[in-house]
Design a protein around this ligand. Structure first.
Ligand code: G3H
Ligand code: ZN
Length: 305
Protein backbone atom coordinates (compact mmCIF):
# COMPACT_ATOMS: atom_id res chain seq x y z
CA UNK A 1 0.00 0.00 0.00
CA UNK A 2 1.45 3.39 -0.93
CA UNK A 3 1.46 6.31 1.52
CA UNK A 4 -1.27 8.00 -0.54
CA UNK A 5 -3.46 4.89 -0.32
CA UNK A 6 -2.84 4.60 3.42
CA UNK A 7 -3.78 8.24 3.97
CA UNK A 8 -6.92 7.81 1.89
CA UNK A 9 -7.81 4.68 3.86
CA UNK A 10 -7.29 6.62 7.09
CA UNK A 11 -4.52 4.24 8.16
CA UNK A 12 -1.80 6.80 8.65
CA UNK A 13 -1.43 10.46 9.46
CA UNK A 14 0.24 12.44 6.66
CA UNK A 15 3.40 14.35 7.50
CA UNK A 16 2.90 18.09 7.75
CA UNK A 17 4.80 18.60 4.51
CA UNK A 18 2.94 15.87 2.63
CA UNK A 19 0.57 18.01 0.63
CA UNK A 20 3.37 20.31 -0.43
CA UNK A 21 5.17 17.54 -2.25
CA UNK A 22 3.98 16.15 -5.54
CA UNK A 23 5.37 12.64 -4.93
CA UNK A 24 6.85 10.77 -1.99
CA UNK A 25 10.50 9.77 -2.10
CA UNK A 26 9.46 6.12 -2.31
CA UNK A 27 7.40 6.90 -5.42
CA UNK A 28 10.23 8.90 -6.98
CA UNK A 29 12.74 6.08 -6.41
CA UNK A 30 10.34 3.44 -7.75
CA UNK A 31 9.65 5.59 -10.77
CA UNK A 32 13.38 6.01 -11.45
CA UNK A 33 13.92 2.29 -11.05
CA UNK A 34 11.19 1.52 -13.57
CA UNK A 35 12.71 3.95 -16.06
CA UNK A 36 16.25 2.66 -15.34
CA UNK A 37 17.48 6.11 -14.48
CA UNK A 38 18.88 7.49 -11.22
CA UNK A 39 17.93 10.38 -8.96
CA UNK A 40 20.85 12.58 -7.93
CA UNK A 41 21.73 12.89 -4.23
CA UNK A 42 23.84 15.98 -3.54
CA UNK A 43 25.55 16.76 -0.24
CA UNK A 44 25.41 20.27 1.15
CA UNK A 45 26.46 22.04 4.35
CA UNK A 46 25.18 25.58 3.85
CA UNK A 47 22.31 27.49 2.30
CA UNK A 48 24.28 28.56 -0.80
CA UNK A 49 24.96 24.96 -1.76
CA UNK A 50 21.34 24.15 -0.97
CA UNK A 51 20.12 26.86 -3.33
CA UNK A 52 22.47 25.60 -6.03
CA UNK A 53 20.93 22.12 -5.82
CA UNK A 54 17.41 23.52 -5.70
CA UNK A 55 17.91 25.79 -8.73
CA UNK A 56 19.54 22.96 -10.71
CA UNK A 57 16.62 20.61 -9.95
CA UNK A 58 14.19 23.36 -10.95
CA UNK A 59 16.02 24.02 -14.22
CA UNK A 60 15.95 20.29 -15.09
CA UNK A 61 12.36 19.80 -13.85
CA UNK A 62 13.58 16.69 -12.03
CA UNK A 63 13.40 15.49 -8.43
CA UNK A 64 16.61 15.62 -6.40
CA UNK A 65 17.75 14.51 -2.96
CA UNK A 66 19.64 16.83 -0.64
CA UNK A 67 22.04 14.92 1.61
CA UNK A 68 23.45 15.98 4.94
CA UNK A 69 25.86 13.68 6.75
CA UNK A 70 26.34 13.91 10.53
CA UNK A 71 29.09 16.54 10.10
CA UNK A 72 27.08 18.48 7.54
CA UNK A 73 24.04 18.41 9.85
CA UNK A 74 26.17 19.83 12.61
CA UNK A 75 27.34 22.65 10.32
CA UNK A 76 23.92 23.52 8.87
CA UNK A 77 21.56 22.45 11.66
CA UNK A 78 19.13 19.52 11.56
CA UNK A 79 15.98 21.65 11.67
CA UNK A 80 17.47 24.28 9.36
CA UNK A 81 18.00 21.55 6.71
CA UNK A 82 14.38 20.44 7.06
CA UNK A 83 13.16 24.05 6.80
CA UNK A 84 15.12 24.66 3.59
CA UNK A 85 13.70 21.57 1.91
CA UNK A 86 10.15 22.30 3.07
CA UNK A 87 10.43 25.82 1.67
CA UNK A 88 11.46 24.38 -1.70
CA UNK A 89 8.53 21.98 -1.61
CA UNK A 90 6.22 24.90 -0.94
CA UNK A 91 7.38 26.18 -4.34
CA UNK A 92 6.24 22.86 -5.85
CA UNK A 93 9.66 21.23 -6.19
CA UNK A 94 10.19 17.51 -5.66
CA UNK A 95 13.12 17.96 -3.32
CA UNK A 96 13.84 15.41 -0.59
CA UNK A 97 16.08 15.31 2.47
CA UNK A 98 18.34 12.41 3.45
CA UNK A 99 20.26 11.90 6.71
CA UNK A 100 23.42 10.67 5.05
CA UNK A 101 25.95 8.34 6.76
CA UNK A 102 24.42 8.14 10.22
CA UNK A 103 26.30 6.03 12.73
CA UNK A 104 24.11 5.88 15.81
CA UNK A 105 20.46 5.16 16.54
CA UNK A 106 20.21 8.43 18.48
CA UNK A 107 21.15 10.41 15.36
CA UNK A 108 18.74 8.30 13.27
CA UNK A 109 15.93 9.14 15.70
CA UNK A 110 16.86 12.83 15.68
CA UNK A 111 16.65 12.99 11.87
CA UNK A 112 13.40 11.03 11.63
CA UNK A 113 11.79 13.11 14.38
CA UNK A 114 12.87 16.30 12.61
CA UNK A 115 11.09 15.26 9.38
CA UNK A 116 13.76 13.75 7.09
CA UNK A 117 12.48 11.66 4.16
CA UNK A 118 15.17 9.01 4.44
CA UNK A 119 18.05 7.92 6.65
CA UNK A 120 21.19 5.87 6.12
CA UNK A 121 22.34 3.72 8.96
CA UNK A 122 26.03 3.37 8.21
CA UNK A 123 27.29 0.36 10.12
CA UNK A 124 29.29 -1.20 7.30
CA UNK A 125 32.51 -1.04 9.34
CA UNK A 126 30.98 -3.41 11.93
CA UNK A 127 30.94 -7.22 11.68
CA UNK A 128 28.01 -8.47 9.55
CA UNK A 129 25.80 -9.50 12.51
CA UNK A 130 26.30 -6.19 14.30
CA UNK A 131 25.65 -4.26 11.10
CA UNK A 132 22.37 -6.17 10.72
CA UNK A 133 21.36 -5.62 14.36
CA UNK A 134 21.89 -1.83 14.19
CA UNK A 135 20.22 -1.61 10.79
CA UNK A 136 17.19 -3.52 12.10
CA UNK A 137 16.89 -1.02 14.95
CA UNK A 138 16.87 1.88 12.49
CA UNK A 139 14.20 0.18 10.38
CA UNK A 140 12.03 -0.48 13.46
CA UNK A 141 12.17 3.20 14.48
CA UNK A 142 11.33 4.38 10.96
CA UNK A 143 8.38 2.00 10.64
CA UNK A 144 6.93 3.16 13.96
CA UNK A 145 7.24 6.91 13.29
CA UNK A 146 3.92 7.36 11.47
CA UNK A 147 5.51 8.60 8.23
CA UNK A 148 6.94 6.74 5.26
CA UNK A 149 10.64 7.23 6.00
CA UNK A 150 12.99 5.19 3.80
CA UNK A 151 15.88 3.37 5.44
CA UNK A 152 19.09 2.59 3.59
CA UNK A 153 21.57 -0.01 4.81
CA UNK A 154 25.24 -0.31 3.82
CA UNK A 155 27.18 -3.44 3.05
CA UNK A 156 30.81 -3.11 1.96
CA UNK A 157 33.62 -0.67 2.71
CA UNK A 158 34.09 2.25 0.33
CA UNK A 159 36.01 4.70 2.55
CA UNK A 160 34.46 7.51 4.52
CA UNK A 161 35.69 10.98 3.58
CA UNK A 162 34.44 13.14 0.72
CA UNK A 163 37.89 14.59 0.13
CA UNK A 164 40.79 14.72 -2.29
CA UNK A 165 42.97 11.68 -1.55
CA UNK A 166 46.57 10.83 -2.39
CA UNK A 167 45.72 7.12 -2.44
CA UNK A 168 42.63 4.92 -1.92
CA UNK A 169 42.01 4.25 1.82
CA UNK A 170 43.61 1.01 3.02
CA UNK A 171 40.37 -0.43 4.39
CA UNK A 172 38.21 -0.29 1.25
CA UNK A 173 36.85 -3.61 -0.05
CA UNK A 174 38.84 -5.14 -2.86
CA UNK A 175 36.13 -7.80 -3.14
CA UNK A 176 32.87 -6.16 -3.98
CA UNK A 177 29.64 -6.79 -2.04
CA UNK A 178 28.49 -10.38 -2.39
CA UNK A 179 24.96 -10.58 -3.91
CA UNK A 180 23.91 -13.51 -1.71
CA UNK A 181 25.09 -11.84 1.50
CA UNK A 182 23.33 -8.68 0.34
CA UNK A 183 20.12 -10.69 -0.12
CA UNK A 184 20.36 -12.00 3.46
CA UNK A 185 21.11 -8.49 4.72
CA UNK A 186 18.06 -7.07 2.91
CA UNK A 187 15.76 -9.92 4.01
CA UNK A 188 16.76 -9.87 7.65
CA UNK A 189 16.82 -6.11 8.16
CA UNK A 190 13.82 -4.99 6.10
CA UNK A 191 15.66 -2.01 4.56
CA UNK A 192 14.23 -0.08 1.60
CA UNK A 193 17.50 0.63 -0.24
CA UNK A 194 20.96 -0.87 -0.19
CA UNK A 195 24.38 0.73 -0.64
CA UNK A 196 27.00 -1.78 -1.81
CA UNK A 197 30.69 -1.69 -2.73
CA UNK A 198 30.88 -2.05 -6.52
CA UNK A 199 34.12 -0.27 -7.42
CA UNK A 200 32.96 3.02 -5.88
CA UNK A 201 34.92 4.98 -3.30
CA UNK A 202 34.23 8.10 -1.25
CA UNK A 203 36.43 10.98 -2.36
CA UNK A 204 38.53 11.51 -5.48
CA UNK A 205 42.17 10.81 -6.23
CA UNK A 206 44.48 13.80 -6.57
CA UNK A 207 46.01 12.13 -9.63
CA UNK A 208 42.66 12.44 -11.40
CA UNK A 209 42.51 8.66 -11.94
CA UNK A 210 38.90 7.56 -12.25
CA UNK A 211 37.22 4.60 -10.57
CA UNK A 212 35.61 1.80 -12.57
CA UNK A 213 32.07 0.89 -11.52
CA UNK A 214 30.93 -2.71 -11.84
CA UNK A 215 27.46 -2.46 -13.43
CA UNK A 216 27.14 -6.26 -13.61
CA UNK A 217 27.59 -6.51 -9.83
CA UNK A 218 25.00 -3.75 -9.37
CA UNK A 219 22.55 -5.78 -11.45
CA UNK A 220 23.26 -8.98 -9.51
CA UNK A 221 22.70 -7.22 -6.16
CA UNK A 222 19.54 -5.53 -7.45
CA UNK A 223 18.22 -8.93 -8.50
CA UNK A 224 19.25 -10.85 -5.37
CA UNK A 225 17.86 -8.23 -2.96
CA UNK A 226 14.91 -6.97 -5.01
CA UNK A 227 15.86 -3.47 -3.80
CA UNK A 228 16.87 -0.22 -5.46
CA UNK A 229 20.64 0.25 -5.26
CA UNK A 230 22.22 3.47 -3.99
CA UNK A 231 25.59 4.26 -5.50
CA UNK A 232 27.74 6.16 -3.00
CA UNK A 233 31.08 7.75 -3.77
CA UNK A 234 29.97 8.94 -7.19
CA UNK A 235 32.67 11.61 -7.64
CA UNK A 236 35.49 10.50 -9.89
CA UNK A 237 33.46 8.04 -12.00
CA UNK A 238 33.31 8.09 -15.80
CA UNK A 239 30.02 9.38 -17.22
CA UNK A 240 29.36 6.13 -19.09
CA UNK A 241 29.67 4.15 -15.83
CA UNK A 242 26.95 6.28 -14.24
CA UNK A 243 24.64 5.49 -17.13
CA UNK A 244 25.51 1.77 -16.96
CA UNK A 245 24.88 1.46 -13.19
CA UNK A 246 21.59 3.36 -13.47
CA UNK A 247 20.48 0.91 -16.17
CA UNK A 248 21.60 -1.94 -13.91
CA UNK A 249 19.47 -0.83 -10.94
CA UNK A 250 21.15 2.11 -9.19
CA UNK A 251 18.15 4.39 -8.61
CA UNK A 252 20.05 6.95 -6.51
CA UNK A 253 23.57 8.28 -7.02
CA UNK A 254 25.52 10.26 -4.41
CA UNK A 255 27.85 13.11 -5.30
CA UNK A 256 29.76 15.18 -2.78
CA UNK A 257 33.50 15.67 -3.34
CA UNK A 258 33.12 17.05 -6.89
CA UNK A 259 30.69 19.66 -5.54
CA UNK A 260 32.99 20.55 -2.64
CA UNK A 261 35.91 21.05 -5.02
CA UNK A 262 33.82 23.18 -7.42
CA UNK A 263 32.46 25.28 -4.53
CA UNK A 264 35.91 25.97 -3.11
CA UNK A 265 37.39 26.86 -6.51
CA UNK A 266 34.46 29.19 -7.22
CA UNK A 267 34.88 30.96 -3.88
CA UNK A 268 38.63 31.33 -4.51
CA UNK A 269 37.79 32.98 -7.83
CA UNK A 270 35.27 35.21 -6.06
CA UNK A 271 37.89 36.33 -3.55
CA UNK A 272 40.33 37.09 -6.35
CA UNK A 273 37.69 38.91 -8.37
CA UNK A 274 36.55 41.05 -5.41
CA UNK A 275 39.68 41.38 -3.21
CA UNK A 276 38.15 44.06 -0.95
CA UNK A 277 34.65 42.62 -0.74
CA UNK A 278 33.38 41.65 2.72
CA UNK A 279 29.78 40.70 1.85
CA UNK A 280 29.92 36.89 1.85
CA UNK A 281 27.10 36.48 -0.68
CA UNK A 282 29.16 38.42 -3.23
CA UNK A 283 32.40 36.46 -3.08
CA UNK A 284 30.56 33.15 -2.53
CA UNK A 285 28.33 33.65 -5.60
CA UNK A 286 30.85 32.15 -8.11
CA UNK A 287 31.04 29.05 -5.88
CA UNK A 288 27.28 28.70 -5.80
CA UNK A 289 27.09 29.09 -9.58
CA UNK A 290 29.77 26.43 -10.09
CA UNK A 291 27.89 23.97 -7.87
CA UNK A 292 24.60 24.67 -9.65
CA UNK A 293 26.16 24.04 -13.05
CA UNK A 294 27.69 20.75 -11.92
CA UNK A 295 24.52 19.52 -10.22
CA UNK A 296 22.58 20.30 -13.38
CA UNK A 297 25.07 18.24 -15.41
CA UNK A 298 24.69 15.27 -13.05
CA UNK A 299 20.88 15.45 -12.89
CA UNK A 300 20.73 15.37 -16.69
CA UNK A 301 23.26 12.55 -16.96
CA UNK A 302 21.60 10.38 -14.30
CA UNK A 303 18.13 11.16 -15.64
CA UNK A 304 18.95 10.42 -19.28
CA UNK A 305 17.92 13.94 -20.31
O1 G3H B 1 27.32 10.02 0.73
C1 G3H B 1 28.04 10.76 0.03
C2 G3H B 1 28.59 10.26 -1.17
O2 G3H B 1 28.67 8.92 -1.23
C3 G3H B 1 29.55 11.10 -1.89
O3 G3H B 1 30.72 10.46 -2.37
O4 G3H B 1 32.29 12.34 -2.20
O5 G3H B 1 32.83 10.37 -3.58
O6 G3H B 1 31.05 11.93 -4.31
P1 G3H B 1 31.79 11.34 -3.16
ZN1 ZN C 1 28.29 8.07 0.83
Amino acid sequence: MTLKQKIRAGRTVPPACYYLCMQTLREVIEDARGKRIAIGHFNISDSYQFRAVKEAAKACAMPAIVGVSEGEREALGVHEAVALVMAARAEGLNLFLNADHTHTIDKIKEAIDAGFDSVIIDASHLPFDQNMALTREAVAYARACGRDVLVEGELGMIGSGSEVLDAPPADIDKDFTDPQQAAQFARETGIDLIAPAVGNMHGVLRSGAQQKLDAKRVEEIAQSTGLPIVLHGGSGSPDEDFVAVAKAGAAEIHISTDLRVAYRKGIEQGLQQFPDEVAPYKYIAPGEQAVEKLVEKFIKLFGGI
